[in-house]
Design a binder for this molecule. Structure first.
Ligand code: ZN
Length: 144
């Protein structure tokens, strides 16, 4: 069911430091939960010690999980916060950079361990989209 997206004005916008040694995805989720963010957009820059990320196999309808030990820059990480199963859910994609300047990345997974990182959250007003299982893709997609 497609409906016209409602105008979504910003409520709050804030910055937060992710704690060293913590899982990046867990830290984003914790900070958003503590701030009661149910709906918004996020970005992160920083560095990690160990990266985990996924590539969605569209034929098999499952994520291939990739991990790389070692230190990497978080060149960019962008994502959304919406509702799934009644709780805030963080979906983020990340581009990592290595010491040679090469980049790689995908769907952010755990464990991706924060060395140092800065989070920007833009909270949106109005009812958040809700993630529902989609038979065609095998993914939990927004209801609008
Ligand atoms: Zn994804």
């Amino acid at each position: 069911m497609q409906t016209e997206p409602a105008h979504q004005k910003n409520l709050r916008s804030f910055l937060a430091r992710l704690r060293s040694g913590c899982d990046m995805l867990d830290e984003i989720a914790r900070i958003c939960a503590e701030a009661s963010v149910r709906h918004g957009a996020l970005s992160v820059i920083g560095a990690v010690d160990g990266a985990a990320f996924g590539f969605y196999d569209q034929q098999a309808k499952k994520y291939l999980r990739l991990t790389r030990p070692g230190a990497y820059e978080v060149i960019v990480c962008t994502g959304t916060i919406t509702m799934k199963d009644g709780a805030p859910f963080v979906h983020a994609h990340v581009l990592f950079g290595d010491a040679e300047g090469s980049a790689f990345g995908g769907h952010l997974m755990s464990p991706t361990i924060v060395f140092a990182a800065e989070l920007h959250v833009s909270e949106l007003a109005g009812p958040p989209p809700v993630r529902l299982f989609d038979d065609i893709t095998g993914l939990y997609l927004w209801d609008r």
